[in-house]
Design a protein around this ligand. Sequence first.
Ligand code: ATP
Ligand code: MG
Length: 330
Amino acid sequence: YDLRDEDLKDLHELGQGNGGSVKKVEHVPSRTIMAKKIVLIDAKPSVRKQILRELQIMHDCHSEYIISFYGAFLSDPNICICMEFMDKGSLDGIYKQIGPIDIEVVAKVAHHVLEGLTYLYDVHRIIHRDIKPSNILCNSKGQIKICDFGVSGELINSIADTFVGTSTYMSPERIQGAQYTVKSDVWSLGISLIELALGRFPFSESASDDDSDLSEFEGTLSPARPVPLEKKKKGDSKDRKRDRRKSRGVSLQGGGMTMSILELLQHIVNEPAPKLTPEGRFPKEAEDFVNSCLLKEPDHRRTPKDLLNHEWIKHARSARFDLEAWASTF
Ligand code: ATP
Ligand code: MG
């Protein structure tokens, strides 16, 4: 495809993230339906061209577990990335619509994400960097694929400059400033799988040291998506806590952003990792798989390729579970 903005007809908006928005469009000359991601990049023209060059690697990514890429172009001040349209949307939207996802489906998700991560790393030396339910997409054929992986170093840098990169799916070692590795993606996968199986963000009830509900931190943290602290019932102790936070200078953007992102990040670093709960509700192998994704020490955590040999994944691979039939239920 030789993509030009004037050949793309907007159909409707699919969703908005921190970095920009995604629209369903039709490429009129070829009558192809696509998803067009519009990313606002506040960078010099030379940097934008560099990003565009780097994105071209996606033309070489061919896997049934990875969203297909149609092309990217500059459309001042945005970068547009056109990709395969997935008609059932992302897994976060799906569980918010239908509730907790069956563990058989979660097993398939785990398998497909591991295949996608292994392909990206083994063939292209790409680390995903943003595994989470909104970046795992599903279509009515029952295919499950990952999108939004970090192909462009310059794009990652530009976005990092705007703070959008701090995600609650981030591994403890990343929070502490270590390099990204494929094992950081494995942590994010573990958090995502628990979220799908429980139908809620896993940090929402586990905060052990106090009664704070961390569910409102779900997703990527960003000044663009401030969380008003006033939403919470304020008890005395919380007020005091907030004052302490303020004095520590945690406030990220004045006003509504005085809350402690730092507190959640510290929680991830210092507290035990979340689990599939209650114990016994899910198959032992599923519990074991998730626990091994969520080993806090990256040296102990396995790689995506290695985890493809986990018993739970081997079962998922051979299971006759019909994802197409499942996808037709919503
Ligand atoms: P964040 O910006 O924090 O990463 P996000 O992943 O939700 O969050 P976007 O990547 O901008 O943000 O995507 C917005 C929404 O658009 C997604 O949640 C998803 O539901 C939808 N979407 C993205 N890509 C596609 C696609 N290829 N096909 C169908 N829907 C898509
Ligand atoms: Mg996304």
